[in-house]
Design a protein around this ligand. Structure first.
Ligand code: CMP
Length: 140
C-alpha cells in the first residue's frame, strides 16, 4: 500500500460545535497521522479558489458562504492509502447516506454542513495540499 498524503478540512459546522478533537480521534483511529494542521478563517477569495471546480454548480455560492461563516481546521493527513482511507472514515457526502460509524454519519448536519472535506484523488490531494501549506509546514 502506498504511503500517501491527503488534504482534510474540518468545516465550520464542526468547529462551531467543538467537535475538532472528536473528529481528529476518528481520523487517527483510522490509521491517519496529522502531519500539518492550522485553524484559520477562510476569506471568500480563498474559499472560492479552493472550490473553483464546483463554480458552475447550483450550490456553489451557499457552499462558499458556509465555508467562510466560521473557523476551519485545515490538515494534511498521512498514511497507507490515505486518500481512500480518509474518504472511508468520512463517509458519503450526504450524511443520510453515510455508513454508520463514519464522521459524517455521526456528526454532519446535512449535505452542505457535512463536517469534513477530503481530497478525492492523488492529483487533487497534491493541488489542495499546496493550496494551503508550504512544504516546510508539513512534518511527517
Ligand atoms: P466537499 O467534500 O467539501 O466537496 C464539495 C462540497 O459541496 C461538499 O463537500 C458539500 O459540503 C457541498 N455540497 C452542497 N450541496 C451539495 C450537493 N448537492 N452535492 C455535492 N456536494 C454538495
Amino acid at each position: 500500500m502506498p504511503v500517501e498524503r491527503t488534504l482534510s478540512i474540518i468545516k465550520p459546522d464542526a468547529t462551531a460545535r467543538n467537535l475538532t478533537g472528536r473528529i481528529i480521534a476518528k481520523l487517527e483511529g483510522a490509521g491517519l497521522r496529522v502531519v500539518a494542521q492550522k485553524r484559520v478563517r477562510l476569506s471568500r477569495e480563498v474559499a472560492e479558489g479552493f472550490y473553483a471546480v464546483h463554480r458552475a454548480r447550483p450550490f456553489f455560492n451557499d457552499l462558499v458562504s458556509f465555508m467562510i461563516s466560521g473557523p476551519v481546521v485545515v490538515q494534511v493527513l498521512e498514511g497507507d492509502n490515505a486518500i481512500a482511507r480518509n474518504r472511508e472514515v468520512m463517509g458519503a457526502t450526504d450524511p443520510a447516506k453515510a455508513a454508520p460509524g463514519t464522521i459524517r454519519a455521526e456528526f454532519a448536519e446535512n449535505i452542505e454542513r457535512n463536517s469534513v472535506h477530503g481530497s478525492d484523488a492523488p492529483e487533487t490531494a497534491a493541488q489542495e495540499i499546496a493550496y494551503f501549506f508550504a512544504g516546510t509546514e508539513i512534518v511527517g
